[in-house]
Design a protein around this ligand. Structure first.
Ligand code: WTA
Length: 668
């Protein structure tokens, strides 16, 4: 089971009791898909009464099945649950063809907002054609059902089309975030056994051209990627690059002569739609495998329930397709419900920190979904430069706001509510994970009274609970471990190639083997039963909403020839939620002064090269040793206290080398 050493962390983070409550605005509630708490409770009751019947009804109502399913849930091989297993469908058919059939052919599917502010639009009809040609191009290379394809692209219509094209032919995609290093990319290519990589020549971010294809070349040159037969390159910037004859193909050349129609490959509901790598507390990143039917059901349904999506809405999720949020709420969910969405290539601070607010006005965005980190950094920017304060922008098109990826602190929530939502828009604080496929605990915008900093209540059919380490329920008001007691359709199916790890990580025997362990601590309010997430209970960090394992960063550090030992902990950060603090023992004598500064910089860059810039430690402290128990175990809880700059009040009687604490107090 997850390490519980830092469980205490959660209790520290509970903070003061939040007493502010905000009812959903009456006008919003009146038109909402789920209107009022009675409607919410009715759905919950339906799920309680007839769990399988509830999900079967929703799957029939929300998805188009090529072959209807007769069995809803198969628990025979629990925790390897199977949903709608004798049904067949195609995800791309559900996202595209269905819209051509139901009158959305000429509706805008994607408004592409480029880094430099240029805008282009594609209708459902055009996107369908693009995806069909792309899919036919993939087939012409011999790629088909069950093959794995890595997608290493920046935010673009082509990136979304690449995912849809894979889904169309039954290939399983694995998107790797464009900020990951060649080494991280190589590891994922090998683990997935990918037959092809789809990439771009370069990516544009904040006015800068950054390499993509060159990193793919580097990754493949690292070796072990013999399964890769082709690299498909989307031309974005037109920058110079080398194309390997026989292996590399330009996307525009690949699709040029392809027919504009591609019959979808009908797959079983359990067919793996995608693998997405994410960090756990130990070992290499885990390939979280999702199925087709159950995943799409939840992506579509949460668009309706949590986002209250309506035909006239313009939806904007600012995530990247490299993360799960960009899968469920860009590549699949919006299209499964025929919505118009903005796909944004740039960053929130280019050309200035008013970019989000400007873009909302420009495209009349009505539903806006972003990360608390972005909100906090824009609060700061507006404090420094009043010109980019949201007051200067017309945000009248907005009707709903959302947040995701990390806890939102009540102050940031209030700022978002007042300055962006103008006290008119409900905020959905959506708690979920790569593994859950879609929202789990969130207010329903037309029903649930909101409390800043609380993700409130589980969605209907999601049996979330808080238990102790033996799996027993804890009373409201007492913190514990967040679990989900029954399987749900969009849950992780396995870890790619490692079913044992899947079982041990998510369905540990200690909890009886049938409860899904989220890896977060949580507490429910005594009176309302509302959930507040208190932070990870394992060694996973959340920096700017990006998940990272402390062990991955430690492994990267010790791979440097100068480093003897390293321990990484998270430190609370006003903007990024958490920041990475690394304690490092060098093989040489402990550096000080300028030397220490130079070496810290060198190691930070090393980690960026090994994993990617997002994993760079913000702070590096050098010591002659690390605080250890007599049995040699690093005492991370002490390092966490030191990182925060607090005085150690805990019991240090098991610590072998107390003198080391003094040395590690400050940044070198
Ligand atoms: C955290 C992102 C508090 C949590 C969709 C979880 C949150 C991890 C929230 C998953 C939220 C996500 N409030 N914490 N609303 N949303 N988290 O897999 O620790 O990248 O376990 O999925 O982010 O991160 P992941």
């Amino acid at each position: 089971m997850a390490a519980t050493e830092n469980q205490g962390q959660g209790t520290e983070q509970q903070g003061p009791q939040e007493s502010r409550v905000f009812a959903p605005p009456a006008a919003f509630a009146a038109q909402a898909a789920v209107s009022g708490m009675a409607a919410y409770h009715a759905l919950c009751a339906e799920a309680e009464r007839d769990y399988e019947g509830f999900w079967a009804r929703l799957a029939r109502e929300n998805l188009s099945w090529h072959k209807p399913f007769s069995k809803t849930l198969n628990e025979d091989r629990a925790p390897f649950y199977r949903w709608f297993e004798d049904g067949q469908l195609n995800v791309s058919y559900n996202c595209l063809d269905r819209n051509l059939e139901n009158g959305n052919a000429d509706k805008t599917a994607i408004i592409f907002e480029a880094d430099d502010g240029q805008t282009s639009k594609v209708s459902y009809k055009e996107l369908h054609e693009k995806v069909c040609k792309f899919a036919n191009g993939l087939k012409s290379l011999g790629i088909g059902k069950g093959d794995r394809v890595i997608i290493y692209m920046s935010m673009s219509v082509e990136g979304v089309a690449a995912m849809q094209a894979c889904a169309r032919i039954g290939a399983t995609h694995s998107v790797v975030f464009g900020g990951f290093s060649a080494k991280s990319l190589q590891e994922r290519i090998i683990d997935a056994g990918a037959v092809a990589v789809i990439t771009g020549d370069q990516q544009l971010r904040g006015g800068k051209q950054l390499p993509l294809k060159a990193i793919v070349d580097e990754a493949l040159a690292l070796g072990g990627c013999g399964t890769v037969k082709n690299v498909i390159v989307y031309r974005r910037t037109g920058g110079e690059l080398a194309m390997a004859a026989g292996r590399d193909v330009w996307l525009h050349e690949l699709v040029a002569a392809q027919p504009a129609v591609c019959e979808p490959e009908w797959v079983d509901a359990e067919h793996p739609l995608f693998i997405l790598y994410t960090s756990g507390s130990t070992g290499t990143p885990k390939g979280v495998q999702h199925a087709s039917g159950g995943y799409l059901l939840w992506a579509a349904l949460t668009m309706k329930w949590s986002f209250d999506i309506k035909p006239a809405d313009v939806f904007w999720c600012t995530a990247d397709i490299g993360w799960v949020t960009g899968h469920s709420y860009i590549a699949y969910g919006p299209m499964a419900v025929g919505a118009t969405q903005v796909v944004f290539e740039g960053i929130p601070t280019f050309p200035n920190a008013g970019r989000f607010w400007e873009t909302i006005k420009k495209h009349d965005v009505s539903i806006f979904y972003t990360a608390p980190t972005a909100i906090r950094s824009l609060i700061k920017a507006a404090d420094v430069d009043p010109k980019v304060h949201p007051d200067n922008y017309d945000l009248g098109s907005l009707r709903l706001l959302g947040t995701v990826g990390e806890p939102i602190n009540p102050e940031a929530w209030m700022w978002y509510y007042k300055n962006i939502g103008r006290e008119r828009c409900p905020i959905v604080d959506t708690f979920w994970q790569t593994e859950t496929g879609g929202h789990m605990i969130t207010p329903l915008p037309g029903a649930t009274p909101m409390v800043p900093g609380s993700c409130t209540l589980p969605l209907p059919g999601i049996m979330a609970a808080i238990v102790d380490e033996a799996g027993h329920d804890v009373p409201n008001g007492q913190g514990g471990i967040l679990v989900v007691k029954r399987p749900w359709p969009s849950m992780i199916r396995t870890i790619w190639g490692n079913p044992e790890r899947f079982k041990n990580s998510y369905f540990p025997d200690e909890l009886g083997g049938k409860m899904y362990l989220a890896g977060d601590g949580a507490i429910r309010n005594k009176d309302t039963g509302y959930f507040t997430i208190t932070g990870r209970i394992d060694d996973v960090l959340n920096v700017s909403g990006h998940r990272m394992g402390t062990m991955e960063i430690e492994s990267a550090l010790v791979a440097n020839p100068l480093v003897a030992e390293a321990a990484v902990v998270g430190k609370p950060d006003d903007t990024t939620g958490e920041s990475i603090c690394a304690f490092v023992v060098l093989k040489q004598a402990r550096p000080t002064g300028e030397d220490a500064k130079r070496l810290a910089l060198e190691l930070r860059n090393w980690v960026a090269k090994e994993i990617g810039p997002i994993a760079k430690p913000k702070e590096i402290r050098f010591g002659d040793n690390l605080p250890k128990t007599r049995s040699g175990k690093i005492m991370r809880r002490l390092l966490r206290v030191l990182a925060k700059g607090e005085t150690i009040t805990q019991d240090i009687s098991t610590l072998e080398n107390p003198a080391i604490l003094e040395q590690l107090k400050e940044t070198s």
